[in-house]
Design a protein around this ligand. Structure first.
Ligand code: TEU
Ligand code: CA
Length: 556
């Protein structure tokens, strides 16, 4: 199978399913739910990092690339999971975090202990400037991107938390070790990798200041996310690893990557990555500084959503690029809070509408755990926040941006990644059936009504709709490969498009993305078959009045 045809389900293992009652989801927990995932229809499961980690950034700070975190199980558990998934024709993707290791990693410890060690050059150590860090870069999570090594007086680059030390991909020895590690996992039978902040691997020559005329820390932006030399690294990685494994799926997280950049990473003839994520929907309604930049109050119109969506669909098609489409993941608030409705009147309908959208786009759909039963944000209280990004942003909002505490609390409650990380709601019982122990993060009390088990028996089941939408995509290759063409483009509430395959089918998708009824102007075709609907089947007409969040697919 061409890996672009996959349907991927993302698991954030810590919160998926706990098999041994310690309150932390684990690999045997994933294995226990394989039948559920198989029935859902997904063929690929991406596991967020499962490696040993001190959890300063919950697994994205890895202290050993070649082992399984004891919190999640053993290597035998992992191998058993791959085997059992394979029996169900499900591939496992691992999360590769090549930009940085934890400061607990043996390489970094060796680099600290002895500045002459070969491992020093695995990282990015530099002398300070004017009693401060080597340059003015701001970390992704706020504060300086540099951390001081008190022993040598030098600084090392930490683009995320101060405990995540950026690796130096200019070092050929480091690259060789990384490729070897990747083959180690591929040889265990995995299907490929999701690659963390892949565009950051290439740093600019000389690590210059960003906007040197400006005072204070500056977010380096394109200076670190768009260095042309990144493509040489990826071509080498492809040659050394991916090309050796047929049908290997690689999805790069292109942190804040531009629409003009993605085709170069993903056109098959360039032999780099299979696909990439983009951030332009995730950051809709945010200010230029991202999620915690509340100045636009996270408000956006459906037309703005459509413009971004159309732009990516059309440009990837034109330039032969490929994206992984998603509306939520472990870094973003729940998709219903962002793009749908958490109002009980519309929760189910909007969950289905968003599913229908994701399953009918050009690109590869990614589902994030729990979205299939319509999970929502949990407004955790400040003392419950676990995420470094949230805690740090809370401080910075108050100290640097002078936001009053009450407003800062409101912003962080809304934006924190903890929203996506509360345990999966399996049933309406104690701890939502996630654990028999004490969950590491509070379970959303709405699990008494919002949960997978109850949803599956509901006549208006969201899980049931996911199954039908996934099956539809599997049955109609036009939904994967067909040409994308927008319909009724200026409609302020309804998104509509056709997917047409040369010599094959032509399908029409129409979705009301709002909580108000809306008219859509559609191409006429007598006797068009209604293949899938969120509410009920209805005949195609030149003008239809859609209910809130109603969506339909027709075969023209
Ligand atoms: O995220 C990269 C990234 O771009 C983040 O800054 C992201 O935009 C932010 O979390 C949104 O709030 C990846 C991982 O997905 C994330 O979980 C890690 O924390 C980060 O890399 C560092 O490894
Ligand atoms: Ca456990």
């Amino acid at each position: 199978m061409d890996p672009r045809e996959s349907i991927v389900y993302q698991i954030w293992p810590r919160s998926f399913y706990d098999s041994n009652g310690d309150g932390i989801g684990d690999l045997p927990g994933v294995a226990a739910k394989l039948d559920y995932l198989h029935e859902l229809g997904v063929d690929t499961v991406w596991l967020s990092p499962i490696f040993p980690s001190p959890n300063n950034d919950y697994g994205y700070d890895i202290s050993d690339y070649r082992a399984v975190s004891p919190e999640f199980g053993t290597m035998e558990d992992f191998e058993a999971l791959v085997a059992r998934a394979g029996e169900r024709k499900i591939k496992i993707l691992l999360d590769l975090v090549p930009n940085h290791t934890s400061d607990r990693h043996a390489w970094f410890q060796a680099a600290l202990a002895d500045p002459e060690s070969k491992y020093r050059d695995y990282y990015i150590f530099r002398k300070g400037k004017n009693d401060g860090p080597p340059n003015n870069w701001m970390s992704f999570f706020g504060g300086s991107a540099w951390t001081k090594d008190e022993k040598s007086g030098e600084y090392y680059l930490t683009s995320f938390t101060p405990q995540q030390c950026d690796l130096n991909w200019e070092n050929a020895g480091l690259r060789a070790e990384m490729y070897d590690m990747m083959r180690f996992w591929m040889d265990k039978g995995i299907g490929g990798f999701r690659i963390d902040v892949v565009n950051l691997l290439k740093k600019p020559e000389g690590l210059p200041d960003k906007d040197p005329h400006k005072r204070g820390l500056q977010f380096p932006g394109k200076l670190t996310t768009a260095q042309p030399g990144i493509h040489e690294i990826l071509r080498e990685m492809n040659e050394e690893v991916f090309s050796k494994y047929p049908d290997c799926l690689t999805v790069g997280e292109g942190c804040l990557v531009g629409i003009e950049d993605v085709p170069d990473f993903t056109s098959p003839e360039r032999r780099e990555l299979t696909m990439m994520f983009h951030f332009d929907l995730a950051t809709l309604g945010c200010g230029p500084l991202g999620k915690y930049d509340f100045r636009k109050l996270y408000r956006f119109t459906t037309l703005e959503f459509k413009r971004v969506s159309d732009a990516w669909q059309l440009e990837m098609q034109r330039a032969n690029g490929w994206v992984g489409n998603y509306l939520s993941n472990h870094d973003q608030p729940r998709q219903l809070d962002r793009f749908g409705s958490v109002d009980e009147r519309f929760r189910r309908a909007s969950a289905k509408a968003l599913c229908l959208y994701n399953m009918t786009l050009r690109g590869t759909p990614f589902i994030y755990q729990g979205e299939e039963c319509g999970m929502t944000n949990l407004a955790l209280e400040p003392h419950e926040w676990k995420d470094f990004e949230a805690l740090n942003s809370f401080k910075l909002l108050q100290s640097m941006m002078h936001v009053p505490k009450a407003l800062a609390t409101k912003i962080v409650k809304r934006a924190t990644r903890d929203n996506a990380r509360t345990p999966v709601q399996w049933d309406g019982g104690r701890n939502a059936g996630f654990t028999t122990g004490t969950p590491w993060l509070r379970v959303n009390p709405n699990h008494t009504t919002v949960n997978i088990q109850d949803d599956m028996t509901h006549m208006d089941s969201i899980v049931g709709f996911y199954k039908r939408a996934i099956a539809l995509r599997k049955e109609h290759s036009a939904l994967v490969w067909g040409e994308y063409a927008p319909v009724d483009r200026d409609n302020p509430r309804v998104i509509a498009y056709t997917r047409a395959q040369a010599g094959g089918e032509r399908l029409l998708v129409v979705i009301n993305l709002t909580g108000k009824s809306a008219k859509a102007r559609l191409p006429e075709k007598k006797g068009a078959e209604c293949l899938l609907y969120t509410h009920s089947s209805r005949p195609l007409a030149a003008e239809v009045l859609l209910l809130p969040y109603e969506g339909l697919v027709y075969k023209l």
